[in-house]
Design a protein around this ligand. Structure first.
Ligand code: SME
Length: 153
């Protein structure tokens, strides 16, 4: 079932009130999102650490790949294009990185600073096929938009 993203967003804002540390924010958001919905089997962040390279950030779920370049995977596509990637079937996505063999679908939302530069991506993977829809996209983009404004360098 789709979580109440308004409620989630307001809880996240409340939890992060007065907290300006980005790692603490990512850890808190990953935890809050992950436990809000049974469809979310891996929930976490990748950070832009150098030109065209992502490194894993705080996450919940099983082991995630440590580094992803911008030209690989769904996370790389989100970082490269600055656009949300909603993937119903990861096996049909050219260059998908199979960190977990059970992953069937995923959504990756970029987090942008005030200049519109991507500095992180939020990645949520599901073991269910076509688990995500536009309600998830809209809710997660709202939360990531707020994170970008609040924590963008
Ligand atoms: N599914 C991602 C890789 C990240 S891990 O699965 C946590 C991708 O293809 O970008």
């Amino acid at each position: 079932m789709t979580p109440d993203y308004d409620e989630l967003h307001s809880r996240i804002r409340h939890l992060l009130e007065g907290e300006d540390d980005w790692v603490s924010a990512m850890a808190t958001v990953a935890c809050e999102l992950h436990h809000s919905d049974d469809r979310f089997h891996w929930t976490g962040f990748y950070r832009v650490v150098s030109e065209r390279m992502l490194a894993i950030g705080p996450y919940q779920g099983s082991h995630g790949c440590l580094r992803i370049s911008f030209d690989r995977g769904v996370c790389g596509a989100a970082a490269r294009t600055g656009e949300t990637q909603l993937v119903e079937d990861v096996h049909a996505f050219e260059g998908h990185i199979a960190c977990s063999v059970t992953t069937q679908s995923e959504i990756v939302v970029p987090v942008k600073d005030e200049e519109g530069e991507v500095f992180a991506v939020l990645d949520i993977d599901s073991d269910l096929p076509a688990a995500f829809d536009e309600r998830d996209q809209e809710g997660l983009e709202r939360i990531c938009g707020w994170l970008g404004e609040r924590y963008g360098r």
